[in-house]
Design a protein. Structure first.
Length: 386
């Protein structure tokens, strides 16, 4: 019952390659969601469009039971793929570099194959094909559109391909899996002038330099070292030329946290440090914070069940209990805040590749044998968590 039928695995590989060829950005996944919708309808699965390109599909089993949601994201990234694959991206500057092509194909394969075995399924399986995981985020609009309702979803799970785990393995842990991700912009205003007469100006460049250094003391001096936080400045803009005082400098940064209390405390710390440094140097300032995705927290009970189920799936060679989360972010967090959730890493590193490229790299590729492992696990979850 658990083994995916061979013909569906051929379809999954074919779908994955079709989607890989035509990567689409967030909320523009028109071809991808059209493919998903067509195949789901052909399999007799109830389909509803939400949040533009999002798809909520519902498969009701032959006996009463719980409702499990399984989620895949569909969007690609603005990365130029390195040549190599014969099914490489046909769109310049766009690539499935995060494996969402594989996620979509696996979930579609699980849905279509389960539809053929509907009578032996309990409860309800809800398939969530989500737009815009890479930003600005499709999970929240899908929830607002009722993706977790009628019937109410009892639990939600997802797979993410993972290039540091070998194909055939999966990795998971209970508690934090990913970090929260918030962005901030700092604007420092001074007074322009001639570099030769600094006393007549307020130069924002040395102020910005002090701000960059001082912000690092939040992680090193203010937050409990056992609670991870990353505060990174990724971009600085300021100045005109070497002999002109920069009257304005802007900084753009990102904040990653695993703990919600730490996360809530960071904006005040940034504001205080920036305000203090700017005031000390006669500059004025503005800090703007943009809230991003929360941290994914895997539900302990659900994660234990998923581990048990995974250990019984013959296609899974090893179930790795992860010691630590990562400081990456995932908007699956919203689904997992609404109902008990479990994010599962699916090993996709080929044993022949000594240095598999990381996610978001122009060289990223997945070992397609991972697709069979993923479909088998999704099907097992559908049979055993409903
Ligand atoms: Zn990504
Ligand atoms: Zn991703």
């Amino acid at each position: 019952m658990i083994a995916p039928p061979a013909e569906i695995l051929d379809d999954v590989v074919r779908w994955r390659r079709m989607i890989h060829r035509r990567p689409e950005f967030g909320f523009e996944e028109r071809e991808t969601s059209a493919l998903v919708e067509r195949e789901l309808r052909a399999a007799g699965i109830d389909v509803k469009r939400v949040a533009g390109t999002g798809i909520v599909a519902t498969l009701t089993g032959g006996a009463p039971g719980k409702t499990l949601a399984l989620r895949a994201d569909m969007d690609g990234l603005p990365i130029q793929e390195r040549p190599g694959l014969d099914f490489a991206s046909e769109f310049p500057g766009a690539m499935h570099a995060c494996g969402h092509d594989g996620h979509t194909a696996m979930l579609l394969g699980a849905a279509v194959s389960l539809a053929r075995e509907r009578s032996s399924l309990r409860g309800t399986v809800r398939f969530l094909f989500q737009p815009a995981e890479e930003g600005p985020g499709g999970a929240q609009p899908m929830i607002e559109a009722g993706a977790l309702a009628s019937p109410d979803v009892d639990a939600v799970a997802m797979l993410h391909v993972w290039p540091t785990l070998p194909v055939g393995s999966i990795g998971l842990r209970s508690g934090a899996m990913t970090a929260s991700c918030d962005d901030f912009d700092i604007r420092i205003d001074g007074r322009g002038g001639h570099a030769g007469y600094p006393h007549n100006a307020v130069d924002t460049i040395p102020v910005a330099a002090q701000v960059v250094g001082a912000l690092q003391t939040i992680a090193s001096r203010e937050i409990d070292p056992l609670k991870a936080v990353v505060i990174a400045i990724g971009r600085i803009d300021g100045g005109y030329r070497r002999n002109v005082v920069a009257d304005r400098t802007t900084l753009q940064g990102t904040i990653r946290c695993l703990d919600e209390n730490v996360r809530r405390s960071v904006p005040e710390r940034i504001e205080r440090i920036v305000a203090g440094i700017c005031a000390a140097h006669r500059a004025s300032h503005e800090v703007e914070l943009v809230h991003g995705y929360p941290s994914v927290h895997n539900d302990a009970g659900l994660t234990a069940k998923v581990m048990g189920i995974a250990r019984g799936v013959p296609q899974i060679a090893s179930v790795v209990e992860l010691e630590v989360p990562t400081m990456g972010a995932e908007d699956f967090a919203y689904f997992a805040q609404a109902v008990p959730g479990c994010m599962i890493r699916l090993g996709c590193a080929s044993p022949d590749d000594p240095q598999p490229a990381s996610l978001h790299s122009p060289e990223f590729n997945l070992d397609e044998r991972a697709l069979a492992t993923g479909v088998a696990l999704l099907r097992a979850l559908a049979f055993q968590l409903t």
